[in-house]
Write a protein that binds this ligand. Sequence first.
Ligand SMILES: Cc1cc2nc3c(=O)[nH]c(=O)nc-3n(C[C@H](O)[C@H](O)[C@H](O)COP(=O)(O)OP(=O)(O)OC[C@H]3O[C@@H](n4cnc5c(N)ncnc54)[C@H](O)[C@@H]3O)c2cc1C
Ligand SMILES: *[C@@H]1O[C@H](CO)[C@@H](O)[C@H](O)[C@H]1NC(C)=O
Ligand SMILES: *[C@@H]1O[C@H](CO)[C@@H](O)[C@H](O)[C@H]1NC(C)=O
Ligand SMILES: *[C@@H]1O[C@H](CO)[C@@H](O)[C@H](O)[C@H]1NC(C)=O
Ligand SMILES: *[C@@H]1O[C@H](CO)[C@@H](O)[C@H](O)[C@H]1NC(C)=O
Ligand SMILES: *[C@@H]1O[C@H](CO)[C@@H](O)[C@H](O)[C@H]1NC(C)=O
Ligand SMILES: *[C@@H]1O[C@H](CO)[C@@H](O)[C@H](O)[C@H]1NC(C)=O
Ligand SMILES: *[C@@H]1O[C@H](CO)[C@@H](O)[C@H](O)[C@H]1NC(C)=O
Ligand SMILES: *[C@@H]1O[C@H](CO)[C@@H](O)[C@H](O)[C@H]1NC(C)=O
Length: 633
Amino acid sequence: MSPCSFMTGILFGALLLVTPGDARAGQVASVSVAGAPLFDSEKFQLTDNDIAKLSQHQSALVKFGCDGTNKTTQPTRKCKVFPGDRQWPSQSAWSAFDDLLGGALIKTVPLAASCYSSWPQYDSAECERISSQWTDSYLHAADPASAMWPLFEGRTCLPTTNASASCTVGGYSSYAVNVSNVAQIQLAVNFARNADIRLVIKNTGHDFNGKSTGAGALGIWTHNLKDIEYYENYRGSGYQGPAVKMGAGVQAFEVYEKGQELGFTAVGGEGKTVGVTGGYVLGGGHSPMSSLYGLAADQVLALEVVLANGRFVTVTEESDPDLFWALRGGGGGTYGVVTSIISRVYPKVGVTVSTFNFSTGKDVSVETFWAGVRSYLKRFPTHADAGTYAYFWIMPTGPNAFTFLMNPFFAANHTVDEFNALVQPWYDDLHELGISFQPNSTYYDNFYDGWMAGFALETVASSTMMTSSRLFPRTNWDTPASLNATLNALRATITDGFALLAFNMKAELQEGFTSNSANPAWRQTLMHAITSTSWTNTTSDADIKVKMDGLTKAVGKWRAVCPDSGAYMSESDIQEPHFQQAFYGTNYDRLYRLKQRYDPTALFYAPTGVGSENWVVKSLAGLPDQNGRLCRV
Ligand SMILES: Cc1cc2nc3c(=O)[nH]c(=O)nc-3n(C[C@H](O)[C@H](O)[C@H](O)COP(=O)(O)OP(=O)(O)OC[C@H]3O[C@@H](n4cnc5c(N)ncnc54)[C@H](O)[C@@H]3O)c2cc1C
Ligand SMILES: *[C@@H]1O[C@H](CO)[C@@H](O)[C@H](O)[C@H]1NC(C)=O
Ligand SMILES: *[C@@H]1O[C@H](CO)[C@@H](O)[C@H](O)[C@H]1NC(C)=O
Ligand SMILES: *[C@@H]1O[C@H](CO)[C@@H](O)[C@H](O)[C@H]1NC(C)=O
Ligand SMILES: *[C@@H]1O[C@H](CO)[C@@H](O)[C@H](O)[C@H]1NC(C)=O
Ligand SMILES: *[C@@H]1O[C@H](CO)[C@@H](O)[C@H](O)[C@H]1NC(C)=O
Ligand SMILES: *[C@@H]1O[C@H](CO)[C@@H](O)[C@H](O)[C@H]1NC(C)=O
Ligand SMILES: *[C@@H]1O[C@H](CO)[C@@H](O)[C@H](O)[C@H]1NC(C)=O
Ligand SMILES: *[C@@H]1O[C@H](CO)[C@@H](O)[C@H](O)[C@H]1NC(C)=O
């Protein structure tokens, strides 16, 4: 590694041409200590040699940083440099940067700019297309800066029919690098760090708290890193067996398609378009396979990562046990930019998928309805221990009216007969209570077909709702009294008008797996429960804040029945009280120390991320969104 004082300015004047496949610059050895070869995109790296060939002007933009132990220049600025500031990179600096990137820099045009006459992109046909697809996650994943929770961006450019309304870049990153190789990520990391501007990583934009947005940021857009390689007999990190190596942009449906083709089962999310290798796995990652195999983060055997100092490293239990621990569950956008991971995968498995519903009504009183729910809740330990994952909703549908929707029960490694035997005691109770329902239970001989049938493509990008959640531990099932307290807490919030979307599942660390930084609350969990609040598109910012606070308070009823547990950072309330305990539990102190070690200049920031308490976004709307300057507190 070069010392920090590297680049005192020997001028070679050579222009680094970062072009995928260009063998003249950046090509380095392709053997990785990860136990699998680097992808072509990863063989293309930025080295000290490349920097040495640059002009002084260029190298000042993209030189490497210090390593953590020998830092010489801790920035003292209160706020990250922001557009309009004197120190903001000049037009010529951006264009020199773009040259080094081989033309991969994209200046942000908000996705819905075509709806606004103040933008050169104004185009009513295009606006109509964007408006009609706005709730489709594919649309936002394919955009370099867009995110699926516009609330946390700042709602500065929503689709509209009023062409004279206002559209600004707002909380979207100012520029994004459309990454196709590691060298471009290193250049972007170095550029943002050297200019002291905000950096965000955007993969799909799914994050519930807007972690992939940030006003005045440079974005690293990983969506196009799509390589997938299957290893039938991978060896590494104390494991031998089937594994898959996935680039940072791979989405759930893509690895599942590969598994379908090659006969393996991966631990990925239920959401079709969620990025498997990004925020999902780095934040823990629950899966329809979790009750059998644990979290997605538990499966990771090796990662390739660009660190805050710009260096590209392979991270395994052997190469760097601290970082290996922190990356697997400690949250995305915190310790580095992951370019690929290698994860365990499993043999083909059959699954029974079942949907059904019941409601209050003529023959079902409110008390009877809740007795039916109680009978279900009671069986959570048995169902999770059988390896199943059930996604269910309980909705208030009117005064004293409720609907229960199984949506779906996903019973991996169960035939229909085995599934029916598992749920029979509950069904018997429902029949005895006089609750009628018609299960549609279908067997699929592989994960992919069951998952496709069971989980609909979810709609995204509503700007009139937000969520909160809680992980309920097994101890809540210890006694009839604790079970009743749990049920009463759920019932009270639902009766207050908050719909419940919950998972009955478990996510234990499997025997022989290396421990990681995933929220310890996950290991005890039998239910991950989510709820939400909503408003209308004419609600004022101040009233939205009131709604948000109301939600945080309402979930206090859930916290009260499991105060020592926590919540899942990736599907949570951005205002979660004492988020350090809730999202990271007893791991927080170690995660925080490692954050100081690997990212001493706080290049990476994500709301509710490790170390984020040292920063505040000066939101223009006074909401917890990313539309404002990022400053030290
Ligand atoms: C419809 C829907 C369904 C979902 N289903 C599930 C589910 O089944 N199970 C589950 O556990 N979660 C689920 N989630 C939550 C999901 O895990 C989070 O939204 C997660 O943050 C998404 O990661 P991403 O990379 O796709 O998204 P992004 O929003 O692009 O990124 C999220 C965060 O990860 C960071 N990040 C992204 N890529 C990298 C990288 N290469 N290196 C370092 N940091 C990176 C970003 O900086 C950001 O902080 C779902 C979310 C939605 C909206
Ligand atoms: C940090 O600097 C010291 C003294 O200059 C040197 O001995 C040490 O090797 C450096 N550490 C790293 C990690 O470069
Ligand atoms: C359109 O937006 C402009 C600017 O915000 C506003 O003055 C006007 O009232 C809006 N028109 C309609 C029909 O909402
Ligand atoms: C991003 O780069 C890829 C090549 O990796 C290219 O196919 C794609 O069109 C680019 N996308 C945008 C929006 O520029
Ligand atoms: C699947 O179920 C069978 C019993 O029916 C059991 O022997 C096997 O271990 C299970 N497989 C997994 C992966 O849990
Ligand atoms: C509820 O189940 C009935 C069959 O019992 C079905 O007709 C109906 O569509 C289901 N409702 C929902 C919302 O899934
Ligand atoms: C049962 O569910 C499957 C999808 O899992 C669907 O294709 C089928 O039409 C459903 N059958 C009934 C009777 O609703
Ligand atoms: C729990 O609730 C059930 C059903 O309402 C009730 O019959 C039982 O007595 C309660 N048990 C305790 C310990 O509160
Ligand atoms: C607000 O919502 C109403 C009703 O859903 C809709 O008709 C209107 O177009 C929306 N307005 C905007 C600006 O999105």
